[in-house]
Design a protein around this ligand. Structure first.
Ligand code: ZN
Length: 344
């Protein structure tokens, strides 16, 4: 969800003190700076991973349920990694509308297979405009191997992380160059759609989504997810534009207390109107994410020969694994994203 509008405390304080000291409430100028700090926010990603556990069949459910806290907590590691590693950012999105040619749609023009796509566009171009569907495929292979090797730590780690990337692929604004409304004067919409609205309203969503199912063609499946996300981009942007034009400007934003912080965000009334206009879109995208995540886990387990997960025992983290987690957490604390800012 991305998708990270992670604001560090110092930068937030600078913005807020400027606002208050200068006596200006230049809301439009600052909306993008402080609109969302948790981004599917952290909230959405964690919720999706957590709920996906309940889609699993008998042979998997016990193991995942037992480790549901890990699966939930580490749903956001890939976003944290964006603060540590340059190559991480493009794994979270694909600007599919960058690609067009004559009368072909981007989905007709871009080959679904990585090798064919690199032949046509080069790796550098693909990296520049995002690689989320192909990265899900990489993670799917990794998870299958983790199951085959009965590698307890890897199964949990890769399960948590593939859930994140599938969640990102399900977000319309992760599939467009106009990912934060920056090209249409709607800066801040990324966090608004994937963070603010779910935080306010997802308690009312229906998350009984049924069972995970086996995916015959994982690469096609994740491309279909991207395609369906992308088909919603016009609505996501268009509805907000209309709402912005009809809603009283002085009621669009509000200040919200989060612990000892105050952040500027879209007001509850404005959010509610947008949620009504979207007519259940975010709920549908979240629900389909949950099923997709469960189905990928299930498919990897099946393809690995349905290993008995009750036999697995936890391994101590290796020095290398500990170091990796440490680097990740430290870089995240420092709060400087390498690569695109407004994407998860
Ligand atoms: Zn992300």
């Amino acid at each position: 969800m991305k998708f990270c509008l992670k604001i560090t405390l110092p930068s937030l304080l600078i913005v807020l003190s400027y606002l208050f000291l200068s006596g200006k409430k230049s809301i439009a100028d600052t909306a993008t700076t402080v609109s969302a700090e948790d981004v599917w926010g952290f909230y959405g990603h964690q919720k999706i991973n957590r709920l996906a556990v309940f889609t699993l069949p008998k042979g998997m459910f016990g193991f995942y349920k037992k480790h549901i806290e890990y699966i939930t907590e580490h749903a956001v590691d890939p976003d944290k990694r964006r603060y540590a590693i340059e190559a991480e950012a493009p794994r979270h999105y694909i600007d599919i509308d960058h690609y067009h040619h004559d009368s072909l749609t981007p989905f007709e023009y871009v080959p679904r297979r990585w090798d064919k796509a690199t032949e046509k566009f080069t790796k550098d171009t693909l990296q520049a405009y995002g690689i989320v569907p192909w990265h899900v495929e990489v993670m799917q292979r990794r998870l299958t191997y983790a199951f085959k090797d009965k590698d307890f730590n890897k199964i949990l780690k890769v399960s948590a992380e593939i859930g994140h990337y599938i969640g990102d692929a399900s977000v319309p604004l992760h599939t467009t160059e106009n990912y934060n409304g920056q090209l249409t004067g709607q800066k801040g919409i990324h966090g608004f759609w994937e963070s603010r609205i779910p935080e306010l309203f997802s308690k009312e969503y229906d998350f009984f989504v049924g069972q995970a199912s086996y995916i015959e063609k994982p690469l096609d499946y994740i491309w279909d997810v991207v395609e369906s996300s992308h088909s919603a981009v016009d609505s996501v942007l268009g509805f907000e534009k209309n709402l912005n034009n009809s809603f009283p400007a002085d009621r669009k934003y509000a200040f919200d207390n989060r612990g000892n912080r105050t952040i500027k965000t879209y007001s509850r009334d404005y959010s509610k109107e947008y949620q009504i206009m979207l007519d259940g879109m975010i709920e549908r995208r979240m629900r389909s994410s949950v099923v997709s995540v469960g189905s990928f886990w299930y498919t990897c387990w099946m393809n690995a020969g349905q290993p008995n997960l009750t036999e697995l025992s936890k391994k101590e983290l290796s020095e290398e694994e500990k170091k990796e987690q440490e680097v990740l957490d430290k870089a995240y604390q420092k709060g400087k994203i390498k690569g695109r800012e407004h994407q998860h």
